[in-house]
Design a protein around this ligand. Structure first.
Ligand SMILES: Cc1cc2nc3c(=O)[nH]c(=O)nc-3n(C[C@H](O)[C@H](O)[C@H](O)COP(=O)(O)O)c2cc1C
Length: 243
């Protein structure tokens, strides 16, 4: 009952904010700020970017390895990487449009070579991974600049990140430019290397054991805790925990 009363107390300021919104950028304890579409449009742009970048939730942080037409390796950290399908095995990647007078090496390289790699990295590599997001000029390898080693596999055009426990070789199979000029790249997994001690009996990969990093927004890197696994949910029962 106490909890119910407490909920009511924290909900009432929320209604006041919704109906009589005055200070959109003020975060007050036990209050909720409500922004309307028009507020988001007129908001200071760096504040809006941080806000919108973080509210989609935690995302994977993967190092994307590519090669340019002269055979030079390129590496950059990306977080909008997502499952598209498992048969065939497809993953999506979103590449935002380049701000004025800047280049998008990863995008150009993928469109030219049609091959690229995804590489998980552990939390202790987060600072180096973050450094790969700097705008290095074409031809200056982020592998060397950030302290990673490029690993070339026979028959695959793009470089992998050496000494990482989960590495994927991707072949570009679809490319679309979306409503906001962002590029959607769909890749088919053609190679997959996973350290044996990370592969569970049912085929899933233990990303916690891999210490695979996730990000919130573009500046906050996190390790993931042990989590909870459940059996397939059915309408006539409750899912059971899985070890
Ligand atoms: C944590 C993090 C995640 C990022 N995710 C993306 C992303 O999903 N899409 C994107 O276009 N840029 C993303 N970026 C920005 C790229 O890393 C950055 O533009 C980089 O310079 C691209 O390198 P390139 O020019 O060699 O492709 C991210 C940056 C950080 C720090």
């Amino acid at each position: 009952m106490d909890a119910f009363v407490d909920t009511q107390q924290t909900q009432s300021p929320r209604m006041a904010v919704v109906n009589g919104w005055q200070h959109p950028n003020t975060v007050e304890e036990n209050r909720v700020t409500h922004w309307l579409e028009s507020d988001l449009e007129t908001m200071e742009q760096r504040f809006r970017a941080k806000l919108i970048n973080s509210i989609a939730g935690f995302k994977p942080a993967l190092l994307v390895g590519t090669v340019d037409t002269l055979g030079r390796p390129n590496l950059a950290v990306f977080s909008t990487i997502f499952h598209v399908g498992s048969a065939p095995p497809l993953l999506g990647l979103l590449v935002r449009p380049a701000p004025d007078k800047t280049e998008r090496h990863t995008l150009e390289n993928i469109l030219a070579a049609k091959a690229y790699t995804f590489n998980h990295f552990p939390a202790h590599c987060a600072q180096a991974a973050h450094q790969t997001s700097a705008r290095y000029p074409q031809g200056q390898s982020e592998f060397a600049a950030a302290g990673f080693t490029a690993k070339w596999q026979a028959g695959f055009a793009a470089p992998f990140v050496a000494d990482t426990s989960i590495q994927l070789g991707m072949a570009l199979v679809d490319h679309q430019v979306l409503i906001n000029s962002t590029h959607l790249l769909i890749g088919h997994i053609t190679h997959l290397w996973v350290a044996d001690d990370l592969i569970r009996g049912d085929g899933s990969v233990d990303l916690v054991k891999a210490d695979s990093t996730v990000v919130a927004g573009l500046d906050s890197y996190h390790s993931v805790n042990a989590g909870q696994r459940f059996s397939y949910a059915k309408v006539d029962g409750i899912p059971t925990p899985i070890d």
